[in-house]
Design a protein around this ligand. Structure first.
Ligand code: Q46
Ligand code: ZN
Ligand code: ZN
Length: 315
C-alpha cells in the first residue's frame, strides 16, 4: 500500500475515505481535517480561549495536541473522579490516579496549562461514593458521573473565562449515542447532539472537533505522534449499552466501510435541514440554580445540587 501524497510506504489505510497515507502525511492530514471541521461547523475563531476536557485517553489528549499544533489558545481541564478500581486499587492507583498521571505528564512535557478539579476534595465525596449514597447502595456511578462532569466542565469554563469547551468525542462515540437516541426516537436528545452547541443562558458553547474521526484513526494518530495515554477504559464502562452499540456498528462497518460515517453525516444534514428543529422549537429557556448559580432546566436546584444534597443527608 502506497501513500497517496508521496508514494512512500503507507502506514494507515482508511477504506471509508479510500485513502492510504504514510506517517508523515497522516500526521499532517489529521490536523488539516480538524481545521476544516472547526471552520465548517463554526466551532471557534483563532482568538478564542478554549478549555479542553482531558481524561487521559487517546482522544482528548490527541485533541489537545492537535489544537496546539494548529496554533490555538487551548488549556486543559482534568476532573479527578476518584475511581480507584483497576489493576491495583487503592487511593493512589487504579483508573483515576493513572489517568491523572498521564494528563499531568502530557501537560508538563509540553509546557501547557492544566486545571485540575478533584471531585472528592471539592465536594467531599468521590464519584463511586456519591453513587452509593444516592442510589440506595447500588454501585452504578455513570449517571452521577455524567451529571457531575457536565456541571463541573461548565462551571470551570465560565469561572475561568473560556469562550468554548472542547471534548474529544470521536465518530464511534457520536454514532453510538445517535444510534441509541434513534432507537427510541429521543427527540430532545437528538436536538442536542451536534459538533457545535451554541452557548446560551450561562451554558458554555460546546464543541467536538474529532466527531468525524473513527476511533481507530485517533488511536493511530496518538500512536504515531508518540502520545502516552491510558489504555484502560474506566472500569464502570464494562458491559455498558454504549459499548454494545459500538460493537453493533462495528459489525455493520466491517461489511459496509463508511456506514458509520454516513449514518452520522446524514443525521447532521437532516438536523440542519429542519427535520428535528421546527422554527418554534428553539432551545428551552433555562433557569438559574439558587445554590450554585449554574443554568438548569428545572425551576429550583439543579440536578447536581440536588444529588449532592441527597448524598450529604445520608452521611
Ligand atoms: S467515566 Fe464516569 Fe464514564 Fe466511568 S463512571 Fe461511567 S460515566 S464509564 S465516560
Ligand atoms: Zn506520504
Ligand atoms: Zn446547582
Amino acid at each position: 500500500m502506497k501513500c497517496r501524497a508521496c508514494g512512500g510506504k503507507a502506514v494507515v489505510n482508511m477504506r471509508q475515505h479510500k485513502l492510504a497515507l504514510c506517517k508523515e502525511h497522516y500526521l499532517e492530514w489529521v490536523p488539516e481535517q480538524v481545521a476544516r471541521f472547526i471552520k465548517k461547523y463554526r466551532m471557534f475563531g483563532p482568538d478564542e480561549k478554549i478549555l479542553v476536557a482531558v481524561s487521559g485517553g487517546k482522544d482528548s489528549l490527541s485533541l489537545w495536541d492537535i489544537l496546539i499544533r494548529l496554533g490555538y489558545n487551548a488549556d486543559g481541564l482534568y476532573l479527578g473522579l476518584g475511581i480507584n478500581e483497576g489493576p491495583d486499587g487503592g487511593a493512589d492507583s487504579g483508573y483515576s490516579a493513572e489517568s491523572r498521571r498521564m494528563v499531568e505528564q502530557f501537560a508538563l512535557g509540553r509546557g501547557l496549562k492544566l486545571h485540575v478539579v478533584d471531585i472528592q476534595q471539592e465536594y467531599g465525596h468521590s464519584i463511586p461514593a456519591l453513587s452509593l449514597m444516592t442510589h440506595r447502595g447500588q454501585n452504578r456511578p455513570c449517571s452521577v458521573c455524567g451529571v457531575t462532569k457536565r456541571h463541573e466542565m461548565n462551571r470551570m469554563a465560565r469561572e475561568l473565562g473560556y469562550d468554548v469547551l472542547a471534548t474529544g468525542h470521536n465518530l464511534d462515540d457520536e454514532a453510538a449515542v445517535l444510534f441509541g437516541n434513534t432507537l427510541s426516537w429521543q427527540k430532545d436528545f437528538l436536538l442536542r447532539q451536534g459538533p457545535m452547541l451554541p452557548g446560551h443562558d450561562g451554558l458554555a458553547r460546546k464543541v467536538k472537533p474529532l466527531c468525524r474521526f473513527y476511533e481507530k484513526e485517533m488511536a493511530a494518530y496518538a500512536l504515531l505522534r508518540g502520545i502516552d495515554y491510558i489504555y484502560e477504559e474506566c472500569p464502570y464502562s464494562v458491559g455498558s449499552t454504549s459499548i454494545y452499540y459500538k460493537e453493533l456498528l462495528n459489525q455493520l462497518e466491517s461489511e459496509r466501510p463508511g456506514a458509520k460515517l454516513a449514518f452520522y453525516l446524514k443525521y447532521l444534514e437532516a438536523r440542519v435541514s429542519g427535520l428535528f428543529i421546527q422554527p418554534e422549537e428553539q432551545p428551552q429557556a433555562l433557569h438559574t440554580c439558587p445554590v450554585c448559580g449554574q443554568p438548569t432546566q428545572y425551576e429550583g436546584k439543579c440536578s447536581f445540587c440536588r444529588m449532592l444534597e441527597k448524598a450529604n443527608s445520608e452521611t
